[in-house]
Design a protein around this ligand. Structure first.
Ligand SMILES: Nc1ncnc2c1ncn2[C@@H]1O[C@H](COP(=O)(O)OP(=O)(O)O)[C@@H](O)[C@H]1O
Ligand SMILES: N[C@@H](CCC(=O)OP(=O)(O)O)C(=O)O
Length: 363
């Protein structure tokens, strides 16, 4: 399974004012354990602002954006240093990836971020993601790491999103203020009744409380990824959740990830077209195979890398639709050529396929 794990400030501090080192050791051991069992982990972490606050000797709290950016700039490096040194104990190399909303909006940046994540996972590196707070002004911010983790789950096409926090899961009311509140073990759909359960902005150190977690669950489950919100202080929480134990609250996915992806590809407006030779048209239509540049006879742009394009048979009949890995101008130069020539012709390569079979919907 590919798992995106989100750790909130509340988990990293374990109820204190500082990053709680023993808690970080436990969490990293948990990640190392499930990696050793064959799973892939992408970590989305908060805690930069808190780490900066700690490093500067706990100055009076100031909620302005400029102050938070300053604290994050001070804290992000320290946070990463802690992660890197503890992960080292378990032989896990780490990578820092800082993202903002623009990285999800701009298709080229989106695809490049995905390439980096895939590269990390293929090499056994643990990617550690946070919002790039130091540069992200209000207009370009995702704003909270729960939502960021749902975007990352889509980007990484995760099989599961686990959000660990300081509450035992989603309760019928904020358990801090209502002692009679009880745990909701399974949420089939994020309905208005579920939204109504989210209290205010959460703990005094966290951002967003349960509201942003429900929002994250809605985004991820719509794209086909189930979500678990669970307590960060439960022993072996991650391994137990990945093993299927009912810990915290599980939000069920709407259909499979592949179905969601295909729905999304079909919903895109496709103005670009490529014409395939007979062999390629048959491979795509009959086997759902990838489209290689060698099978392309004509390119009708303009389109950019990552856009949805139409794949036409030699008679003009549309056989499939898919996301192109190359923009029109580049495809024109490599059309009809062997994939091993791509780098020589373009000076770079995004891989041997023009449209990968995972990005293709047959019609
Ligand atoms: N219905 C609810 N069920 C559980 N927790 C809730 C609910 N409504 C509000 N909360 C609050 O949300 C808090 C978790 O959010 P937050 O402090 O932002 O954590 P994090 O730092 O992990 O993102 C909990 O401590 C809890 O007080
Ligand atoms: N990017 C910020 C965290 C933002 C955030 O959503 O915090 P939290 O509610 O603790 O997950 C930081 O690193 O401090």
């Amino acid at each position: 399974m590919r798992v995106v794990l989100k750790l909130g400030t509340s988990v990293l501090t374990a109820g204190t004012d500082r990053l709680h080192r023993p808690r970080l050791v436990d969490l990293l051991r948990g990640m190392a354990d499930i990696r050793a069992a064959g799973h892939e982990v992408v970590l989305v972490t908060s805690g930069a602002v808190l780490a900066g606050w700690e490093a500067l000797g706990f100055p009076p709290r100031d909620r302005t954006l400029a102050e938070k950016q300053l604290l994050a700039a001070v804290g992000q490096g320290r946070l990463m240093h802690l992660y890197a040194s503890i992960a080292d104990l378990y032989g896990v190399p780490v990578a820092q990836v800082l993202l903002t909303a623009d990285d999800f909006r701009d298709r080229t940046r989106y695809l490049n971020a995905r390439t980096t994540l895939d590269g990390c996972l293929a090499r056994g590196v643990l990617p550690i993601i946070n919002e790039n707070d130091a540069v992200a002004v209000e207009q370009i911010k995702v704003g909270d790491n729960d939502t960021l983790s749902a975007f990352v789950a889509n980007l990484a096409e995760a099989d599961l999103l686990v959000i660990l926090t300081d509450a035992p899961g989603l309760y019928t009311a904020d358990p801090r203020s209502d002692p009679a509140a009880t745990l909701i073990p399974v949420v089939e759909r994020v309905t208005p009744d579920i939204w109504a359960l989210a209290g205010g902005a959460g703990s005094h150190r966290g951002t967003g409380g349960m509201h942003t977690k429900i929002q994250a669950a809605e985004i991820a489950t719509r794209a086909g990824t189930p979500v678990v919100i669970a307590p960060g202080d439960a022993e072996n929480a991650l391994a137990r959740i990945v093993g299927g134990e009912a810990l915290g609250t599980r939000f069920l996915a709407h259909g499979s990830r592949l179905e969601a992806r295909k729905r999304w590809i079909l919903a895109e407006i496709a103005t670009g077209r490529v014409v395939l030779d007979d062999g390629a048209a048959r491979a795509v239509r009959e086997r759902g195979g990838s489209l290689l540049p060698a099978g392309i006879t004509a390119v009708h742009g303009p389109f950019e890398r990552g856009h949805t394009i139409r794949l036409l048979a030699p008679d003009g009949h549309e056989v499939a639709r898919g996301l192109t890995r190359y923009r029109a101008a580049d495809l024109e130069r490599i059309a009809g050529r062997h994939s091993r020539d791509i780098e020589g012709v373009l000076g770079f390569t995004y891989g041997p396929e023009a449209v990968h079979r995972d990005d293709l919907v047959r019609l």
